[in-house]
Design a protein around this ligand. Structure first.
Ligand SMILES: Nc1nc2c([nH]c(=O)n2[C@@H]2O[C@H](COP(=O)(O)OP(=O)(O)OP(=O)(O)O)[C@@H](O)[C@H]2O)c(=O)[nH]1
Ligand SMILES: [Mg+2]
Length: 133
């Protein structure tokens, strides 16, 4: 579909924790927790969008990352394709550049935080991957 919004999403993992951020109140799904990321630009590669968004939102540069899952989700107001990557190494120290609170959440506690609906499948994928290691 042409009107799908493609979003690069970073699941940044350090041992048994994942970095989550609180979405600014004024945005779509404001006040919910999310994985850092954002919209892919016209003609931009997914991988490039991942790196750019991590730099813009957290001031880090991913150096080790791999695809985790792709999710198509239809919200009443918009449809998104979340292109989700696991980031296991990066340069820099994550900071909430846009003023967003950050939290290193234990993987087993992810379901205790309120995420946008589409994220349920991401959390399942993270927890499934963790069982494999
Ligand atoms: N970053 C991010 N976006 C998500 C997640 N889950 C989810 O449904 N989304 C949706 O995907 C879209 C991503 O947009 P965004 O607001 O982060 O995009 P952006 O950083 O490029 O911001 P912009 O509004 O300045 O272009 C939003 O509609 C958001 O609700 C998630 O875990 N992380
Ligand atoms: Mg964003």
């Amino acid at each position: 579909m042409d009107n799908m919004i493609r979003v690069a999403v970073a699941v940044i993992q350090l041992r048994d924790r994942i970095l989550i951020a609180k979405r600014p109140q004024h945005l779509h799904k404001g006040g919910y927790w999310e994985f850092p990321g954002g919209k892919q630009e016209e003609g931009e590669h997914a991988e490039h969008a991942l790196i750019r968004e991590c730099f813009e939102e957290l001031a880090i540069i991913p150096v080790k990352y791999s695809p985790l899952i792709q999710i198509e989700h239809h919200y009443p107001e918009k449809s998104v394709i979340l292109d989700v990557w696991t980031v296991t190494d990066y340069l820099g120290v994550p900071q909430g550049i846009e003023g967003q609170p950050l939290l290193w959440c234990p993987i087993k506690d992810l379901e205790d935080y309120q995420f946008p609906e589409a994220n349920l499948a991401i959390i399942e994928a993270i927890q499934a991957e963790m069982i494999e290691v």
